[in-house]
Design a protein around this ligand. Structure first.
Ligand SMILES: [Cu+2]
Length: 117
């Protein structure tokens, strides 16, 4: 029993730093909540560690979904860049899903508005 307790403590100690090890979404372009005069050419998200992107999705408030692909494909990168088509004025939500290098499933999102002219 004592050996098992020691093992459990060792496992707990090995695991606890892992909670802070995964990559996080850092700065985004456009910024979350940005109101833009014109359609942004791309979305760019920085991570503090490499992330293997699994899926990206852009939807308009009107419910239109855009078929997009990360510029770096599906390889792990510390920056996600997605080229955008010309977007009409409206509100948009961008969502991504990925796997951090420690294996944790991660996701994030940002919203922005295109004001148009
Ligand atoms: Cu993690």
């Amino acid at each position: 029993m004592r050996t098992l307790a020691a093992l459990l403590i060792a496992v707990a100690m090995a695991w606890s730093p892992m909670a802070f090890a995964h990559s996080e979404q850092r700065a985004t372009v456009p910024a979350d909540g940005a109101e833009l005069e014109t359609s942004p050419p791309a979305i760019e998200i920085g991570f503090d560690d490499r992330m293997r992107i699994i899926s990206v999705a852009l939807t308009s408030a009107a419910g239109e979904a855009y078929d997009l692909e990360p510029r770096s494909g599906r390889s792990a990168s510390d920056t996600l860049r997605v080229d955008l088509p010309e977007l009409p004025a409206g509100d948009y939500r961008f969502e991504w899903r990925g796997l951090a290098t420690d294996g944790h499933a991660m996701s994030g999102e940002l919203g922005f508005s295109v004001m148009g002219n």
